[in-house]
Design a protein around this ligand. Structure first.
Ligand SMILES: [Cu+2]
Length: 563
């Protein structure tokens, strides 16, 4: 298959963003192959009869795409004219020995304050396909693209951190368009339209930039051939439905081989079935429209578009099987998966609570006396609001204060229980007994070059939620996934050590587990977190500190000039 010869690329995106092609080559310090200026500002936008002030880049929703060729160096000047602190994270970019440019507030840098500028520099090396950028500050990720919120997103972020969870989006979008399932006083919202010519093949770059939900994406009368995920080629496979979790990207080919006409492209959010709390979820749709070569439309305006039959919105098992189909395409320049690991972590993704009174004793469960938090091995990530120095800077300069308050992520949870017990889903005595949690600057240190296995285990404490876990600065080999509780004696034998997919975001299935392996070869302080914004804001995150190697070439250079 000649992927590089495809020049017609359309972007269909479950809440849009950015494209990065890539390759090998090193840049000079001052010049860049691609240079962009991103002006972040507040603009007023009106949808569904409601005017909102939203933070956007260069006045656009979604923001501008960065298009680069393999091997390019990239420079992006951020001008923050918004009233919010801001950083931009280059999601999935490997950032080899370049952690200073990873864009995570108080972990890799101080946030860019209102009316301040900052320049990011990075290379895109050995990655092909689609990556994206987003704000990594409170809930502002929401407006650099995606859902439509009739809410102040900075405030929503605050609410979630403080244990108030009644905020939901008002609509989903494809490339910033709500589509005709939404209306303002009966007038349908604008739809994203993908014009296609019969017989042509299109590359769709699909990004789930939504804050809360996995999505199913389907086009009536057409099939997808998935060729890449998280900017790594996969063995192509054909499917009529793409399943995609927040933070993931998928590149898929679509052949316009249906009878000329109009076809809906539908993005449907999914959620775990009751007894999980059911939240408002919004389906959105775009239009695939056949045109004739040269001029004219091959479909008349009166054509009623054909709609796809969508999976049930509780059909979490389809997502499980879709992700199980991903295997990596053999690539001569890429290292194979290491056959053994040096370190083994079992990370239980849970929900807990801390007492609002600051003590250890209070009423648990459905009460105002607690703040609900999300955790990893029963510690919830928390940075004190008065923290002065980012973790990376403290690590690099060996600052004592800052580093002595770090809490080491343990190899496993403090107590073992039936993690996927459905009786844990509703508030009750079983669940409440497991609630007490601590908060800390949660980190884990790795020797440079260590091969690390992590098994992520979802739990009924978080209801039946899946967890898309995103690791910065590294790709992870996804060795296996399963439903229920991970059992090393049984499950290690199922590890794929032949062609596991490489992902920066691994979807840990609903009431199940996922096993990953990565090589800690990139010195720095790397955020690892759930890409559901509410789990992240509740503390489902940690920092992986990778130590310098023995040589200059395996060590983190000093911060860039002007940092
Ligand atoms: Cu999560």
């Amino acid at each position: 298959m000649k992927l590089r010869s495809l020049t017609t690329a359309a972007a269909a995106v479950v809440a849009a963003i950015t494209f990065l092609f890539s390759a090998t080559a090193m840049p000079s310090a001052t010049m860049a192959d691609a240079e962009y200026t991103f002006v972040v500002s507040q603009v007023n936008m009106t949808h569904m009869c409601q005017e909102m002030s939203v933070a956007v880049v260069n006045g656009q929703l979604p923001g501008p795409a960065i298009e680069v060729t393999e091997g390019d160096s990239v420079m992006v000047h951020i001008v923050n004219l918004s009233p919010y602190n801001m950083t931009i994270h280059w999601h999935g970019v490997r950032q080899l020995r370049n952690c200073w440019n990873d864009g995570v507030p108080m972990i890799t840098q101080r946030p860019i304050q209102p009316n301040q500028n900052f320049t990011y520099r990075f290379d895109v090396v050995d990655q092909e396909g689609t990556l994206w950028w987003h704000a990594h500050e409170a809930f502002l990720r929401g407006t650099v693209h995606g859902e439509w919120w009739e809410k102040d997103l900075a405030k929503v972020g605050n609410n979630m951190t403080n244990g108030f969870f009644d905020d939901y989006s008002s609509g989903s979008t494809i490339n910033g368009k709500l589509g005709d399932l939404f209306n303002c006083s009966g007038v349908p919202e604008e739809s994203y339209v993908l014009d296609v010519e019969p017989g042509q093949t299109y590359l769709l770059r699909v990004i789930n930039a939504a804050l809360f939900s996995e999505y199913f994406l389907k086009i009536a009368g057409h099939k997808f051939t998935v060729v890449s995920a998280d900017a790594n080629y996969v063995n192509p496979f054909t499917t009529d439905t793409i399943s995609i979790a927040p933070g993931e990207t998928m590149d898929a080919l679509v052949v316009a081989d249906a009878p000329p006409g109009k076809y809906y492209m539908v993005a449907l959010p999914s959620q775990a079935p009751p007894p999980d709390t059911q939240t408002p979820e919004w389906t959105t749709r775009a239009l695939v429209k056949y045109t004739s070569p040269g001029n004219g439309s091959a479909s008349s305006d009166d054509d009623v578009p054909e709609a796809p039959v969508m999976p049930d919105n509780h059909d979490t098992i389809s997502s499980f099987y879709f992700h199980g189909n991903l295997t990596s395409l053999r690539h001569r320049r890429r290292a194979q998966v290491p056959k053994e690991a040096d370190e083994h972590l079992f990370v239980v993704l849970g929900l807990g609570s801390i007492c609002r009174n600051g003590g250890l004793s209070c009423k648990r469960g459905n009460t105002d006396e607690i703040i609900l938090v999300a955790n990893m091995n029963n510690v919830s990530f928390h940075l004190p609001p008065d923290m002065a120095t980012p973790i990376l800077e403290s690590q690099y300069y060996h600052h004592q204060n800052g580093m002595d308050t770090l809490h080491e992520l343990s190899n496993g949870p403090p107590v073992t229980f039936n993690f996927t017990d459905r009786d844990l889903i509703p508030f009750g005595p079983k669940e409440m007994a497991l609630e007490p949690t601590s908060r800390a600057k949660l980190v884990r240190r790795f020797r440079h070059g260590a091969t690390v296995d992590v098994v992520f285990q979802s739990t009924g404490m978080l209801q039946g939620d899946s967890n898309p876990m995103h690791l910065h600065g590294h790709d992870m080999f996804v060795l296996a996934q399963g439903l229920g509780n991970f059992d090393a004696a049984r499950d290690v034998a199922t590890y794929n050590l032949v062609d596991p997919p490489r992902k920066n975001t691994v979807l840990v299935p609903n009431l199940g587990w996922a096993a990953v392996r990565f090589v800690a070869d990139n010195p720095g302080a790397w955020f690892i977190h759930c890409h559901y914004e509410f789990h992240l804001s509740m503390g489902m995150s940690a920092v992986f500190i990778v130590e310098d190697g023995p040589t200059v070439d395996t060590s983190l250079p000093p911060p860039p000039v002007g940092f």
